[in-house]
Design a protein around this ligand. Structure first.
Ligand SMILES: Cc1ncc(COP(=O)(O)O)c(C=O)c1O
Length: 370
C-alpha cells in the first residue's frame, strides 16, 4: 500500500519559506548556534574540534547520559537517538507493529501518528478529543476501542494541534488500561516543557510504564528544530533493540555537530524551557484577548500547554480562509483539514517572537475581509 502524502508537511513545503509571516507553526522561536554556544564557555572551540566521522548508531554516549538525567529512572542504555522525532515514529510503525495489528491513536493528531501505520495495513482506531470539552478525550471510551489484536496505544501530551494536556489522574488511567491488556503505550512528549504552568508538567511515560515508549526531541520545547535531534526512551529491551535495528535502514546515526550542540541544549534545558514558556504565556494572553474580541468568528477554549491551539472557525471553509489569507497578506495559518479533522478548525502557533505583530496584521485583514 502507498503511503498518503503528509498533508501538513506538504502545505509547509509549499509556503513555509515564502510566506512573509508564520502564524500556524508549532516550533517556537529558534536560536542561532552562537546563542546556544553562549550557554557554556569553551564550547565554541570544542565545536570546532568535533570529529566529522560516523557517530555511534545508538547516539553519542555522552549525549545519552545527559538525556537520561532528564528522566527519573531511565538509564543512558535506555535512550536511543534519532534524527528528529519523525524518524522514531516511522521506525515504531515499521519495527514494532505488524500488518494485521490494531492500533489506537489519540485524535486529531500529527498525521504520521496514523498514516504510517495505515500504509502498512495496520488497522487504526481513533480516540477523539472532544472540542466541546477543550479537546478532552473520553476515558470511558478507550477500553471500548481495544480489540483482540490491539498492540499499542498512542497518545500525545501536550498535544498537537490542540494544546490539550492530560491531567495526572487521566494519564495514570491510560497507563492502567494499557497495562491491564499488556499493550505498548507510545507517548509523544515532544511538547513537554511547554506547560504554561510548570506545576502541570506530567512525568514521562518511560519512567512509569514498563511497556511505555517516550518520544522526545528538541524541536518544539526548545525551538531547536534545525538540530534534528530526537530520541526515544524505553525500558522495554525488545522494543529498544527492534528500533535500533530498524534505524540502520534509515539515518544509521546522528549528525556529529548536531549531537554536540544538542548536549549543550539538554544540559541547559530548564533555562531554555523557561524562556520559551514565558513567551508562550505572554502570547497566549494576546490570543485570548483576540478571541474575546471575535467571539462570533471563532469558538475557542484556552489550552494549558503547548505552542499551538486549535479554535473552530465559524466563518465557513477554514481551507479557503487560509488560502485567501496567504495570497492576500503573506500570513500562513494552518487549516484543520490537514489534521483530517471534520469541520472547520485553524491551528494557531504562538511561540514566535513576532507573534504580536503578525496577530495584529491578521486581525486587520480579518476586519476588512468582513
Ligand atoms: C506531535 C509531533 N510529533 C513529532 C513531530 C516531529 O518532530 P521533528 O520535527 O522533531 O521530527 C512533530 C512535528 O511537528 C509533532 O508535532
Amino acid at each position: 500500500m502507498q503511503i498518503r502524502p503528509f498533508e501538513l508537511e506538504r502545505y509547509f513545503a509549499r509556503h513555509e519559506f515564502s510566506a512573509k509571516y508564520l502564524l500556524g507553526s508549532s516550533d517556537p522561536e529558534a536560536m542561532s548556534i552562537a546563542d546556544l554556544l553562549a550557554f557554556e564557555s569553551g564550547s565554541e572551540d570544542a565545536l570546532k574540534k568535533v570529529w566529522l566521522g560516523y557517530t555511534e548508531s545508538l547516539g553519542d554516549p555522552a549525549l545519552r547520559r545527559d538525556i537520561a538525567t532528564l528522566y527519573e529512572s531511565v538509564t543512558p542504555e535506555q535512550i536511543l537517538l534519532f534524527t528528529g522525532a519523525e524518524e522514531p515514529i516511522f521506525a515504531f510503525m515499521h519495527a514494532v507493529l505488524e500488518p494485521g495489528d490494531h492500533f489506537v491513536v489519540h485524535f486529531p493528531s500529527y498525521q504520521s501518528h496514523y498514516s504510517v501505520a495505515e500504509s502498512r495495513n495496520i488497522e487504526v482506531s481513533y480516540w477523539c478529543g472532544d472540542p466541546a470539552h477543550n479537546w478532552t478525550p473520553d476515558l470511558a471510551e478507550l477500553p471500548k476501542l481495544i480489540k483482540h489484536n490491539t498492540r499499542a496505544i498512542l497518545i500525545c501530551t501536550p498535544h498537537n494541534p490542540t494544546g490539550y494536556l492530560f491531567d495526572r489522574e487521566s494519564w495514570n488511567r491510560v497507563i492502567e488500561i494499557a497495562r491491564q491488556r499488556g499493550l505498548y503505550l507510545f507517548c509523544d512528549e515532544v511538547y513537554r516543557g511547554s506547560e504554561h504552568n510548570v506545576a502541570d508538567r506530567l512525568p514521562q511515560m518511560a519512567d512509569h510504564y514498563e511497556k511505555g515508549i517516550s518520544l522526545n526531541c528538541l524541536s518544539k520545547n526548545c525551538g531547536l528544530a534545525g538540530l534534528r535531534t530526537g530520541w526515544i526512551a524505553t525500558k522495554d529491551r525488545q522494543i529498544y533493540n527492534q528500533l535500533a535495528t530498524f534505524k540502520d535502514y534509515l539515518t544509521i546515526c546522528n549528525c556529529a555537530p548536531g549531537e554536540y550542540l544538542a548536549g549543550i541544549a539538554v544540559r541547559n534545558i530548564d533555562k531554555i524551557f523557561e524562556t520559551q514558556r514565558q513567551r508562550l504565556v505572554r502570547h497566549l494572553d494576546l490570543l485570548a484577548a483576540f478571541f474575546a474580541r471575535h467571539e462570533t468568528r471563532f469558538s475557542w477554549q484556552r489550552p494549558r500547554a503547548g505552542t499551538v491551539t486549535f479554535p473552530a472557525w465559524l466563518g465557513g471553509s477554514a481551507l479557503d480562509l487560509c488560502d485567501r489569507l496567504i495570497a492576500e497578506t503573506g500570513i500562513m495559518l494552518i487549516p484543520g483539514t490537514f489534521f483530517d479533522m471534520p469541520g472547520d478548525y485553524l491551528r494557531f502557533g504562538y511561540g514566535r517572537a513576532n507573534f504580536a505583530d503578525v496577530l495584529e496584521r491578521f486581525e486587520n485583514w480579518l476586519i476588512k475581509a468582513g
